[in-house]
Design a protein around this ligand. Sequence first.
Ligand SMILES: Cc1ncc(COP(=O)(O)O)c(C=O)c1O
Length: 421
Amino acid sequence: MHEASLGYVHKLDMQDDLKEFRSKFRFPEHNGKKQIYFLGNSLGLQPVTTAGYINKVLDQWQAEGVESFFRGNDPWMDYHDHLTRPLAGILGALPEEITVMNQLTVNLHLMLISFYRPQGKRTKIICEAKAFPSDQYMLETHVKHYGFDPGSTIIEVQPKSGQYLIEEEDILAAIDKHRDELALVLWGGVNYYTGQVFNIKAIAKAAHDAGAKAGFDLAHAAGNISLNLHDWNVDFACWCNYKYLNGGPGTVGGAFIHQRYHNDSSISRFAGWWGYEKSTRFLMEKEFVPVKSAEGWQLSTPSPILHACLRASLDIFDEAGWHKIQEKKKLLNDWCWFLLEHLIEESPGDNIEFLTTPRGEGSQVSILVKRNGKSIFESLGAHGIMSDWREPDVIRIAPVPLYNSFEDVWHFYEVFRSMMK
Ligand SMILES: Cc1ncc(COP(=O)(O)O)c(C=O)c1O
């Protein structure tokens, strides 16, 4: 059982196997003091090593020009492999099921070309209500592209009246209800607003049972929750690498395409030369021959500079070990929820409500504050705690295992508690 005291939290930090990993990141400072950063769900912190990794690419560029793609210790042609192996571990995939390319929204569009194939009356897409706006626009424009009406083709599953979270039984029931007309289920791994973690395995299975494809937006899941995309039979998934994966602002996105499609010559796709078979790519021949892996969905020359940004972070994940990171996340979550529940006990009343399921799997906690939410948020900022404000009344925090301490969460609790009083 935990104890709400500073002495106790020091003990938790002392016992933390990953405590040294904080020093591998650069923290924003305020008046010369490092801030407490709870925004890893938005933009992960910069690894101390990122600049060195980028400089190495710049030096290669300077020394070898375009030959850097083929020469030196780290030819850029193979740079991608440094990313797919660690990402496969984090996402529960085979390395050949992962590619790092483009951006999240672009990748979702590309995946829909392959996996949204409306035929006959099978045209519908099921998605979560209040999905991230980019996903909504992406679905809307695909549906219009095929000449369908988004209003009747896209089925949004809503939370039950008066609730914030979408119940799994409602998702499965919607899939079943539309089973004869369903082409695709496109769902999030973790909802950006509520922090709700969804049961990807169950959703993928229900979609397949209905004869539809199942794709996932893992922006808030990759590097956060434990995933097993290959075994869960997910058809495709896309994510950004700049949130929990610390790859830097606007860095390259990622895509997973299940192995069973790699040799499927009937699959539709938009192609570019970087998806062409590697050994013969530079023969520049007519007719597209895809790489027989997720790389076959690549279009354009990648940026080794952006790859280097991501590699700097993934090397830290490798060093820490994904299993250890997950273990610490559980402990950090447990501590955070202990303090949040304590907060409610200490300040009874109805001023705060949690949107996120208490003691759930994800790092993010979304707290709905009914009165003075904005001033509590501002006070957190004034105390050097960087959290996130979503209009009209939600504070989001995401304590992440690689660079947040148990004491960080304690400070959050103390400031929040004093403001509640
Ligand atoms: C859930 C989700 N989907 C899509 C996006 C859009 O990502 P991008 O701007 O990299 O295309 C974001 C961005 O934060 C997101 O959180």
